[in-house]
Design a binder for this molecule. Structure first.
Ligand SMILES: NC(=O)NC(NC(N)=O)C(=O)[O-]
Length: 349
């Protein structure tokens, strides 16, 4: 349990900051269900009581009593989470941090793929596939469970259901996996080729001391410094960088490099390189997309590209170091890029 498995380096598809939501729970008497998907680490303030009991940073149900409130029609407590980014699930983490006398002894996870805009009633009636069987939990502990492809076939899921058996508290729930975007929303319109929600992925980074490079391509604005990508102070003059694999091959038209909230720690300048290697990791065949350009603190820098070449990967170099909040790459998929997105969609239907 102490070794952190590699799937935890994938995107947390359920996190609130990528659009996840806890849409239903049969009970949340002591702790609200939405806490499950907060991106921040859980906290605890001992001997802090509200009208309902100890204040907790997690989803916590009441003690189940036969025929008592909150338990009608259920065998155990459960919550349904809408993934912010539908995709293939590779593993989950159930974190019982700070729940010691009140952790659930077992958990189980199921997943479903429900099209459209399902209501909680639609979800309760949906067909669910078990992705983590009933498994023992201990108190105040992170539990990592790898998810095997059901029957050997990979599936794109839109929702997961977390059961705690029979009741208790869970601080955080992470659902790690690979986004699988719906090609209908990427065909024939300008899109952000670097967006996590469109299937882009950060594949390498020089440094992530203060915050994760994946933040660069998350949805929405970066509201505070901690929501961007910030490196440690460099003393070697080498410079920091990230590499992003785009949603698929596309032609970029407008690039945004936003240093929002980096006021005393924006990079001095950047260079943006591109590579066109469909189906392969980017190698050393980089070409210039944006030449050396000065950066201002706390500023959304926009660059218009004319006659750009198709790219599958971009490499953002920041010199000498510092923070960048967001990288946006507005452009259109090429025919072969769209075909790749469609093939992935069909493979995971
Ligand atoms: N001291 C507690 O935490 N008690 C109860 N929980 C809360 N949150 O008050 C309980 O019964 O699990």
């Amino acid at each position: 349990m102490s070794d952190t498995p590699s799937f935890t380096r994938l995107t947390d598809l359920a996190a609130r900051d990528v659009g996840g939501a806890v849409v239903w729970a049969n009970d949340e008497f002591f702790g609200e269900k939405e806490a499950l998907i907060r991106p921040e680490l859980p906290t605890f303030s001992p001997h802090t009581f509200g009208h309902k009991g100890q204040v907790v940073d997690g989803w916590e149900t009441r003690r189940r009593r036969p025929g008592g409130p909150g338990v009608q029609g259920t065998e155990h407590d459960s919550a349904i989470i809408r993934l912010g980014i539908p995709g293939v699930v590779r593993g989950v983490t159930v974190d019982t941090a700070f729940f010691i006398g009140n952790y659930p002894p077992h958990a189980r996870v199921e997943a479903a793929s429900v099209p459209g805009f399902p209501t909680p009633a639609d979800l309760l009636a949906a067909e669910w596939t078990e992705i983590v069987p009933v498994s023992p939990l201990s108190g105040d502990c992170e539990h990592h469970f790898a998810v095997e492809a059901a029957g050997g076939a990979e599936r794109r899921f839109t929702h997961v259901r977390l059961a705690m058996i029979p009741d208790g508290g869970i601080a955080r729930f992470r659902v790690y996996g690979e986004p699988v975007p719906d090609p209908r929303f990427l065909a024939g319109v300008p899109v952000d080729l670097a967006a996590l929600t469109n299937g882009a992925q950060i594949v390498a980074a020089s440094n992530m001391f203060f915050s994760a490079p994946e933040n660069l391509i998350k949805p929405g604005e970066s509201r505070v410094m901690g929501e961007g990508w910030e490196t440690a102070r460099r003393r070697d003059g080498v410079g920091d960088w990230i590499e992003v694999r785009l949603a698929a091959q596309g032609v970029p038209a407008v690039i945004e490099i936003d240093t929002a909230n980096y006021k005393g720690n924006a990079p001095d300048h950047i260079v943006l390189l591109g590579a066109d290697r469909p189906g392969e990791p980017a190698g050393s065949d980089w070409f210039e997309v944006i030449g050396q350009s000065s950066m201002l603190p706390d500023y959304r820098h926009r660059f218009r590209l004319d006659d750009a070449r198709p790219v599958t990967h971009l490499r953002l170099e920041v010199r000498p170091d510092g923070g960048v909040a967001r990288l946006r790459v507005l452009g259109t998929l090429t025919d072969s890029g769209l075909a790749a997105v469609q093939a992935r969609w069909q493979d995971n239907a």
